[in-house]
Design a protein around this ligand. Structure first.
Ligand code: ATP
Length: 327
């Protein structure tokens, strides 16, 4: 019902539409229309109401991430073709895993305005304040894809975010191996990939990402290490458009991986990388290793040259800190 009203408002953008037009379309009373309009305002729409004239949608500054807004911008074939939207959830990753168990289709997008238990790698917390950022998880069910391609999928997601940020005017975003998107040495987005494989073949993947978009003040816990698009640009952006742009780039990069072009994805990743050549501290479950990030191998694992001249292969569960910077 909301989508019918929104269709009418968008069709007549900048103009008033009469309450009667909507009454007739939906076969509901004027008071019911008024209630619907109030509901849309609660979602964040700015609608001007004029007595005995009608309603007018103010398009400027719209930042609403409900499925209607995502769908009207969507230019992908598969990614985002179904959307599950939450105002609040524990974690979009958990929701997506649950939907996989229920047999959801490839390309399902789970998006939430807020998460109580958003997570990064190794169950590290992803802080997810309400209504300002993107918290999304995409279900991807590849056809006969080897599980060694998981890192390429992680790289593809970070690259897609960097490219989408550039569409919005942030053109200095970099990627810290393997999954963090960094702007001016601070984290603006994180990526989390959860893969289920059988006999070395990926059965399903949940591609999760969180992007700090219109966040005005960074929570204390990450005050020195995180930033947002708003803090970098000094203006708010349209989150639905950002999300759609990420999905667009991601779908294309995933197609490349499907056709065995992951070396191209790795090359692109290297162009945006800010890790190689830096002094790093690698923290894993049972050791800490210092060294210089020398490069990545053909599967995307990080190679670190230690002071003792050993070459250590770092797995994605490990945490990598830059020794000469805040990150
Ligand atoms: P770390 O940053 O702790 O080295 P990491 O780079 O592997 O870990 P992830 O596991 O991907 O990062 O993400 C979790 C970490 O990101 C948290 O430990 C916290 O430091 C940071 N973080 C949490 N929420 C946010 C957020 N909204 N924006 C930026 N950084 C965040």
């Amino acid at each position: 019902m909301n989508s019918v009203i929104l269709d009418e408002l968008y069709k007549n953008i900048g103009k008033y539409i009469t309450s009667d037009t909507i009454c007739k379309k939906l076969n509901i009373s004027r008071i019911a229309v008024w209630n619907r309009i109030k509901g849309l305002e609660k979602l964040g729409y700015k609608i001007e109401a004029k007595r005995s004239v009608g309603y007018k949608l103010v398009e400027e500054g719209i930042d609403i991430i409900i499925p209607y807004e995502i769908k009207r911008r969507l230019n992908t074939k598969v990614f985002g073709s179904n959307i599950e939207y939450f105002r609040l959830t524990s974690s979009t990753m958990d929701e997506a895993q649950y939907m996989i168990e229920k047999g959801c289709s490839n390309g399902l997008l789970v998006v939430s305005e807020e998460q109580t238990d958003g997570r990064g790698r190794q169950k590290r917390k992803w802080l997810s304040p309400k209504g300002v950022n993107i918290y999304a998880s995409l279900v991807y069910k590849p056809h006969n894809m080897s599980s060694v391609k998981s890192i390429a999928l992680m790289f593809a997601t970070s690259i897609a975010i960097v490219e989408a940020l550039s569409d919005f005017g942030i053109d200095n975003a970099k990627i810290k191996w393997p999954n963090d998107v960094i702007v001016n040495s601070k984290k603006i987005a994180g990526v989390l990939i959860e893969t289920k494989s059988e006999s070395g073949i990926i059965k399903s993947v949940v591609i999760g990402f969180g992007v700090n978009a219109n966040l005005e003040s960074v929570p204390d816990e990450i005050k020195d290490t995180a930033t947002s698009i708003y803090l970098e640009l000094g203006k708010k952006i349209d989150r639905a458009q950002l999300l759609v742009n990420i999905l667009y780039y991601l779908e294309n990069l995933v197609k490349l991986i499907e056709s065995d072009g992951e070396s191209k994805v790795i090359e692109m990743w290297e162009n945006y990388d800010t890790t190689i050549g830096k002094k790093v501290l690698v923290i894993s479950a049972n050791e800490k290793v210092e060294g210089v990030a020398e490069g990545i191998d053909k599967n995307g694992f990080l190679l670190v040259r230690t002071a003792g001249d050993d070459l250590k292969r770092v797995v994605t569960a490990d945490s990598v800190r830059f020794l000469d910077e805040k990150q």
